[in-house]
Design a protein around this ligand. Structure first.
Ligand code: CDP
Length: 222
């Protein structure tokens, strides 16, 4: 395993932005595991399938097009809700598990470490991660951030509806039987309710840097 920073958390808590910034800071590779579930969901919806049906979801997982990971089409809340449905299917989690693990064992570009964000990175995918963060914020604040993010993509949504969707998705993610969203016992909690991007990044760095630097030194010593 490389030096791994696991960043889990609730919907629109800012974990993706933090994960990217941490990866850039340490020169690590970054994977947004949510994009895998979103790409699966998009493939199911494009095929006219039902995201809660295992056969349709598996067909979608096999059709994942990784080159679309940066496509704004996967960021919509329709795809987010469908992603939450495919993510509750054990066969889908199994199909995506090895892919995520391979990334952490041997990050692309020969990088000494990787940052992965999602829901179960610190609990299931990498329980022995070097450092773990659990990112959360008040639902109203998260709904407002998602509203701003979507507006930036030219999508105008009612903020109250977004709040309901975020609450529903958190509930589904927390209560599913397989790999539910929960803070790992050894993850540091980062509440970004009153933190902008820069202070949140500074706080995240403060929480992980000693562990990461020491693991990097151990690796150098071989
Ligand atoms: O960006 P946001 O937090 O809204 O969502 P995301 O991280 O892209 O994840 C979309 C959905 O995929 C989540 O609601 C989860 O149901 C699922 N997911 C998961 O089950 N496990 C992961 N490691 C990542 C995402």
């Amino acid at each position: 395993m490389s030096v791994v920073i696991a960043v889990d958390g609730t919907a629109a808590s800012g974990k993706g932005t933090l994960a990217k910034r941490l990866a850039r800071h340490f020169g690590f590779a970054h994977m947004d595991s949510g994009a895998l579930y979103r790409l699966t969901a998009l493939a199911v919806l494009d095929n006219g399938g039902d995201p809660s049906r295992e056969a349709d979801a598996l067909k979608g997982a096999r059709a994942i097009d990784l080159s679309r990971a940066g496509d704004p089409a996967i960021r919509t809340d329709i795809v987010g809700s469908a992603a939450s449905q495919v993510a509750a299917i054990p066969a889908i989690r199994a199909a995506l598990h090895d892919f995520q693990l391979a990334f952490l064992v041997k990050p692309p570009g020969g990088s000494p470490g990787a940052v992965m964000d999602g829901r179960d990175i610190g609990t299931v995918i990498a329980p022995n991660a070097t450092a773990k963060l659990f990112v959360d914020a008040a639902p109203e604040v998260r709904a407002h951030r998602r509203w701003l993010e979507l507006r930036g993509m030219g999508i105008n949504r009612d903020e109250g509806e977004l709040l309901n969707e975020i609450r529903a998705r958190d509930h589904a993610d927390r209560t599913r039987t397989i790999s539910p969203l929960k803070q790992a016992f050894d993850a540091a909690l980062l509440d970004t309710t009153s933190l902008g991007i820069e202070p949140a990044f500074a706080a995240a760095l403060h929480l992980v840097s000693a562990k990461v630097e020491s693991a990097l030194k151990d690796r150098q010593r071989g």
